[in-house]
Design a protein around this ligand. Structure first.
Ligand code: ZN
Length: 67
């Protein structure tokens, strides 16, 4: 484990303590002729970014924390 597990995170400058993953990265399903099909999958492979749920501010250097 990296020493970054001792990293201390602070709430966003807006005061929010909740963060969400990138809003436009998710699987998209579509119903075609009563069948449910996966039409697009946007996965996070090389970079994982979190954003403040309230103001959208990016949580910096988060990828250093999750190894
Ligand atoms: Zn914020």
């Amino acid at each position: 484990m990296k020493s970054s597990q001792n990293r201390k995170f602070k709430p966003c400058k807006c005061g929010s303590i909740q963060f969400i993953s990138k809003p436009n990265q998710y699987d998209i399903y579509e119903i075609t002729d009563t069948k449910l099909e996966l039409v697009n999958s946007e996965t996070i492979n090389d970079e994982f970014i979190l954003y403040c749920r309230e103001c959208g501010e990016e949580l910096k250097n988060f990828s250093d924390f999750i190894t």
